[in-house]
Design a protein around this ligand. Structure first.
Ligand SMILES: Nc1nc2c(ncn2[C@@H]2O[C@H](COP(=O)(O)OP(=O)(O)OP(=O)(O)O)[C@@H](O)[C@H]2O)c(=O)[nH]1
Length: 357
């Protein structure tokens, strides 16, 4: 359907304000489509979209977006723009039997959008009253959906004239929401790629690129004083394993040790392949004593694994472990350095042992 067919004959003249609004939306569409190539960050991109929309389209007082888990219990706008953005700053829509019948949750469920008149006597009186204080007469909430992951969202647009969205043509605003949805899909694809970069192909464990994940995991505890610890683990005499049994067997040993570590830590712990024959483990909530006990248990588990050499003979491998309990205000780097010092002491002390920094 062509743009002109959406317009009623009485507003199809280029002189009318509807025509200006229409060309504003079209311009915003073009500008927003271009921005997809320039802006990587999801939130920044959606903010840019809302800014452009409210700047270029006359009568649009406010545009806000929420995106996330479709089962959310609360919709709170993450980006907002327009003369009436103060309204969205304090907006939070809990999921209730009443709000589930309102435009935001209906859009979240993917239902086709109808514009809602804003009137003090409507179902959601208090919000409508506030919206009227911001000179808003009509709201249109459109569903957003990523095609890559389960993420959903809503784009809410508020106009200062009644009947505005129908008059300009809903398909145009739906096209805009389609563009916003592709931005969500693109961001999800970017995140998936980032995750792929974080995974070590040989062991399937996360690698050094996942340090930010480790950092978040260790520092997640609400209480600053909550303990956390690091284990730096190095395979003993790995060079001679490669030399004696061959590189392919060396690779198998690395894979088997990675698997053993992953199987024997708690679900909130993180195991990274730190490089070569080294593994770094993050143990949130573990005191120094607990971390040392975990290290000793892992050391014994690893030593018990029997590996197969090329001629079918079995052999065992040991590891040395440096344990560092995170000190208050210490950076992850500093803690890793202390764990490295303890690992060095374990090697010098004869290997196949754990040392606490
Ligand atoms: N098979 C295999 N070997 C690797 C890999 N990454 C590193 N290595 C080898 O790991 C060995 C590490 O040797 P060293 O750093 O000398 O230490 P080590 O022989 O384990 O001796 P200690 O740590 O002192 O007990 C080197 O020979 C590396 O080539 C890998 O992905 N696969």
């Amino acid at each position: 359907m062509g743009i002109r067919e959406w317009l009623r004959p009485d507003i199809a003249s280029p002189e009318t304000s509807a025509w200006q609004a229409l060309s504003g939306v079209a311009e915003a569409l073009v500008v927003c489509a271009g921005a997809v190539l320039d802006i990587d960050d999801e939130q920044q991109l959606l903010q840019h979209y809302c800014d452009q929309l409210t700047e270029l389209v006359p009568s649009l007082r406010l545009a806000w977006i929420w995106f996330g888990d479709p089962d959310t219990r609360m919709i709170v706008p993450q980006v907002r723009a327009g003369a009436a953005r103060a309204y969205a700053e304090h907006l939070c829509i809990p999921r209730t039997r009443l709000t589930e019948r309102g435009p935001a949750y209906r859009a979240l469920q993917g239902q086709r959008s109808e514009p809602y008149r804003i009137s003090a006597t409507s179902l959601f009186g208090p919000w409508r009253e506030m919206a009227r204080q911001h000179a808003m007469q009509e709201v249109l909430v459109l569903p957003l959906q990523s095609s890559v992951d389960a993420q959903r969202g809503v784009l809410a647009l508020y106009a200062d004239v009644p009947g505005y969205f129908e008059r300009i043509g809903l398909p145009l605003f739906e096209a805009m929401a389609g563009l916003f949805s592709s931005a969500l899909s693109r961001a999800a694809r970017h995140k998936a790629l980032e995750n792929a970069v974080m995974v070590d192909a040989l062991t399937g464990l996360k690698n050094r690129h996942a340090v930010p994940v480790l950092q978040r995991q260790l520092l997640r505890a609400d209480d600053d004083a909550a303990p956390a610890a690091l284990l730096l683990l190095d395979i003993d005499h790995f060079k001679s394993i490669n030399d004696v049994h061959g590189h392919a067997v060396g690779d198998q040993v690395l894979g088997a040790i990675g698997q053993t570590l992953r199987l024997h830590v708690r679900s909130g712990d993180l195991v990274l392949r730190w490089g070569g024959e080294e593994f770094l483990l993050g143990l949130p909530g573990a005191s120094a004593d607990a971390a040392w006990a975990v290290a000793e248990s892992l050391r014994q588990q690893v030593a018990a694994v029997r590996h197969v050499q090329a001629d079918g003979q079995l052999f065992n491998v040991t590891v040395s472990i440096g344990v560092a309990s995170l000190l208050p205000a210490e950076s992850l780097d500093q803690a890793v350095q202390r764990a490295d010092g303890a690992l060095y002491a374990a090697k010098r002390g004869g290997r196949n042992r754990s040392v606490l920094a």
